[in-house]
Design a protein around this ligand. Structure first.
Ligand SMILES: Cc1ncc(COP(=O)(O)O)c(C=O)c1O
Length: 291
């Protein structure tokens, strides 16, 4: 069944295709804005507080005043989920600098705008269950923090999009981005983990990635399932020597990786991914069924 996307904008909810912002909005003209992607299951938003905190941190980092309180945004999200035709879906919360003139100066923008879309999302074609996706190591390096801090979830995704275009051209599902030092950073819209010698490894935040909400949840649920997890810098060769590899993100949830360029992961006797996946799903179900 298909569901009609809905949008909360200017304090009202309408079909998303009827919602519009000005061509003078600097979110559109300059990518001057921030966003969050959230999922809801059984009518409840997963990790709402963490996403709203990150939104606030992103806003602060670019000197943008979010035009509504966190309570008002949470209320708007609730209303939007009620208006949507499924109790499971994805939310895109966007705050732009708002309407200005054709010049870049954010001071000329009078009022930030905020809208939220409820819809479905598939960040990549995951194929048959358990099959996994392919990654292409992109030449495009992740923007260093001194240029645009990857912790800011900004509307400037061209860095990631260029990497994804490379992956598309290579016939692969997703791009793997390295930082300027050649350490593994993240995918174009997801964080990365490997399993090596029964241990879960993921790059540290210093290697220049978005601090994923899902990444933190996975570290937590894996720990509670008795699986040790360590943050350590990784090279592509570490990934190739790993037993298993997977991506995490709000859109991605947890997606196993079957291949990185020509390297194909061999089947392992007792894989950890299904264990982590089950723990993650249980955690979501528990979280979203609690009042
Ligand atoms: C560049 C990038 N990295 C990682 C992630 C995963 O973050 P989260 O788990 O908070 O969705 C995202 C999600 O949109 C992303 O855009």
């Amino acid at each position: 069944m298909s569901h009609t996307a809905v949008c909360w904008i200017n304090q009202t909810i309408k079909p998303a295709h009827e919602a519009a912002i000005s061509v003078f909005d600097h979110g559109l003209l300059y990518g001057d804005g921030i966003f969050e992607g959230l999922r809801f299951y059984q009518g409840k938003t997963f990790m709402l507080e963490a996403h709203l905190q990150r939104l606030q941190a992103s806003a602060q980092a670019i000197g943008l005043a979010v035009p509504y309180s966190q309570e008002r945004i949470a209320q708007a999200i609730e209303q939007l989920i009620d208006a949507y035709s499924s109790d499971t879906g994805y939310l895109r919360l966007v705050v732009t600098r708002g309407v200005g003139n054709l010049g870049l100066d954010p001071q000329k923008c009078s009022q930030p705008s905020l809208f939220i879309i409820a819809d479905q999302i598939a960040v990549m074609d995951v194929g048959e269950p358990g099959q996994g996706v392919s990654l292409h190591v992109a030449h495009t390096r992740r923007t260093p923090a001194r240029c645009l801090d990857p912790k800011i979830k900004s509307l400037n995704y061209l860095n990631n999009i260029l990497a994804r275009i490379e992956a598309n051209r290579a016939g692969m599902d997703e791009a793997l981005m390295l930082n300027l030092e050649g350490n593994v950073s993240e995918g174009s819209v997801d964080n990365i983990f490997i399993v090596r010698d029964g241990e879960l490894l993921t790059p540290p935040l210093e290697d220049g990635m978005l601090e994923g909400v899902t990444r933190a949840v996975i570290i937590d649920v894996a720990g509670r399932a008795g699986i040790a997890c360590r943050e350590t810098s990784l090279r592509v060769s570490d990934l190739q020597q790993a037993e298993e590899c997977f991506l995490t993100g709000t859109g991605a949830e947890l997606i196993p990786v079957r291949q990185i360029d020509e390297h194909v992961f061999a089947a392992v006797a007792s894989p950890l991914i299904p264990v982590i996946m089950a723990a993650f799903k249980n955690h979501i179900a528990e979280y979203c069924s609690s009042g």
